[in-house]
Design a binder for this molecule. Structure first.
Ligand code: SPV
Ligand code: MN
Length: 625
């Protein structure tokens, strides 16, 4: 390989790993970059990546120190590379398994490889390719998995530096084995200034479970391009479900109740753009991670969780000083931050819902933008993309949890599952037990958002917010969760949350920060601080406890009429939801009996309630007996 000089070759050879050399050789020969640079964990190498992203125009500096802007593509709203591209993401499986996964795209492995390898032939021509090494999870931890990334995007390589732990030195401890994931990414041919992917029609993201690798080409959006994020999650779900641990779309946070000298750790799965990062970044609490966790059963009888990342790739829309004070402060102070797809004017980034006055013009994801500009479909172009994002490191934040890098992870006391549901589930419900908690998790429904390409506002099923990444049969996944909990002496309590309940006029019933009260209530429940009201769908809070919490945490006067409106049980809607869940799971070949027992039990209990009260909404006060 004449494109790699001796200095870089030495860095590769020092790893003493013939698999790494084989992969590099194979893909450098195929993709044909003009230069190959190996990035170790040294400051010099990491600085090189950051500077090069700016030099090549993939990022541009903004006014505040450390801030840069990146654009993923310039086009109409409809076909940007501005969100995860589900259509062109395929899991490669043997011919006989093509029907095993009705929820995700699958493609015959040989056919898919042939197609993508052809597209990748010469895709890095004229580009420099970087080789990076990462550790998914804390260093020296039995939870962690190593990852190799080849990419010709310095934005991707730079983002991964903010989001993941460097792992070049860790690779040496592999002792030459192939026990790692690998990711080959190329933005493909570029066009324009700033440079973006030219051949969006040839965008492909193919997941090769057999080889533990992902090939991704002709894209830049992090959910498509960064191997270590959702691409590695798929490989990890496959591995975890064939072993005895969990790989989940979870945040991890430390909850610190006022006036009590304790901390409880909670995980939470929410579909994209449903308040996941804002929950993990709630004032007064600490964050371990906001997106992906690996969990194992540990000797103390608890499940322990680690964040496989060390940064946040968060949705910036609606982050403002009032609703998300901690994130807003992080984004408006000097620190290494990559903004993507926002409006920039005079070096200042602006986004939707930032609480500031919007300039009438500037540069955004449509290029030079003026207020009132329309896209080719005649739709007005907003000043920033609704899925615009920011990328920062967690450890620099004041609310970073001290256990972020703990190789043992943190013990999980509770788990939240949340969707975007305007009319069915109350704001918070505690499961009746672990298995019912699994049931609540796998029956999340959510209305679609801008985080994936396609129409917004359509009700979809989102089991554990993981369906997009489900590379094992759903029935097997459900059973693994059930069994995982049953192995625990100290099982987490499980809660379903819904921040998006609306009244009949379409107005949200809760303020954005109200979630703080649901979260501290759940924490209190893991310590038996509060009594509950039992309903067929789980335990709900007592009014008096919520009234105290709203006063204590938000200085708000929580009214009984608000409580009744929010926590009423709606048997008709809940039964309709169960019908949708039943229809979905009936499509699965094998679903454990416990799931059907719960589903049928819930149905009978709700019908009984419906007959008893004959009301569309049953007040929680009536159920409190
Ligand atoms: C999500 O959409 O769930 C994200 C961002 O966390 S992405 O990298 O696009 O998956
Ligand atoms: Mn996510």
């Amino acid at each position: 390989m004449e494109v790699i000089d001796n200095n870089n070759l030495e860095k590769l050879n020092a790893l003493n790993n013939s698999y790494v050399l084989k992969i590099v050789n194979e893909f450098v020969t195929l993709c044909k970059p003009s230069k190959v640079t190996v990035i170790t964990d040294s400051k010099k190498d990491i600085d090189y990546v950051r500077d090069k992203a700016v030099e090549l125009g993939e990022e541009a500096r903004l006014g505040l120190k450390g801030h840069t802007i990146h654009y993923d593509g310039f086009s109409t709203m409809a076909n940007h590379d501005q969100a995860r591209d589900k259509e062109n993401t395929q899991v490669l499986v043997p011919k006989g398994e093509l029907d095993s996964y009705p929820w995700i795209n699958t493609m015959e492995r040989e056919k898919g490889l042939k197609e993508i390898l052809e597209i990748m032939d010469g895709c890095m021509k004229g580009h420099e390719c970087v080789i990076r090494f990462f550790c998914l999870g804390p260093k020296n931890s039995e939870f962690s998995i190593l990852a190799l990334q080849l990419t010709d995007s310095f934005y991707v390589a730079h983002s991964e530096d903010l989001l993941y732990r460097a792992g070049y030195e860790e690779f040496k401890s592999l002792n030459g084995t192939d026990n790692f994931f690998y990711f080959i990414h190329s933005s493909g041919a570029l066009i324009g200034d700033p440079p973006v992917t030219k051949n969006i029609d040839k965008r492909r993201i193919y997941i090769d479970l057999k080889e533990g690798r992902v090939l991704s080409v002709n894209n830049q959006y992090a959910g498509n391009s960064l191997g270590l994020k959702k691409l590695a999650l798929r490989l990890a779900i496959y591995k975890a479900n064939n072993e005895d641990w969990l790989a989940e779309h979870y945040f991890i946070m430390g909850i610190h109740p006022k006036g009590k000298n304790r901390i409880s750790y909670f995980c939470g799965a929410f579909p994209s753009a449903c308040g996941k990062t804002s929950t993990a970044m709630l004032p007064g609490q600490t964050i371990v991670g906001d997106d992906i966790a690996y969990l194992r059963v540990c000797q103390d009888g608890y499940a322990h969780a680690v964040n496989i990342e060390r940064g946040i790739f968060g949705i910036i829309k609606d982050v403002n000083a009032k609703d998300d004070p901690l994130i807003f402060t992080a984004l408006t102070t000097p620190r290494e931050t990559i903004f993507s797809n926002v409006l920039v004017k005079k070096g200042i980034p602006y986004w939707i819902g930032d609480g500031r006055s919007i300039p009438d013009d500037g540069f955004n994801f449509s290029g030079n933008w003026n207020k009132g500009n329309k896209d080719k479909d005649g739709k007005e172009i907003p000043h920033a993309h609704p899925n615009a994002r920011y990328t920062i490191r967690i450890e620099e934040l004041d609310n970073a949890d001290p256990n972020l890098h703990n190789p043992e992870g943190v013990p999980v006391h509770g788990i939240f599952y949340g969707g975007r549901d305007s009319d069915t589930m109350p704001p918070v419900v505690e499961s009746l037990d672990w298995e019912h908690g699994v049931f609540l998790g796998v029956s999340i429904e959510s209305e679609t958002t801008s985080a994936t390409l396609g129409t917004e506002g359509v009700r979809t099923q989102q089991p554990m917010a993981n369906l997009d990444f489900m590379v094992v049969p759903l029935g097997k996944y459900v059973e693994n969760h059930q069994k995982f909990g049953n192995r625990l002496e100290n099982c987490p309590k499980v809660f379903a949350t819904n921040y998006f309940l609306k009244n009949k006029e379409g107005k949200y019933l809760n303020g954005i920060l109200d979630k703080l009260c649901w979260v501290v209530w759940a924490e209190g429940r893991t310590n038996d601080d509060f009594e509950v009201i039992k309903t067929p769908i789980g335990f709900i809070p007592e009014f008096s406890d919520l009234k105290t919490l709203f006063k204590q945490y938000l200085d708000k006067d929580y009214k009984e009429e608000d409580y009744i409106e929010q926590f009423s049980i709606r048997p008709k809607r809940l039964l309709e939801k169960l019908d949708r869940i039943e229809a979905m799971y009936k499509k699965e070949k094998e679903v454990s009996q416990f799931f059907w027992n719960l589903l049928n039990g819930q149905k009978i209990a709700l019908m009984k309630l419906q007959n008893e009260y004959n009301m569309e909404e049953i007040s929680p006060l009536l159920l409190k007996r």
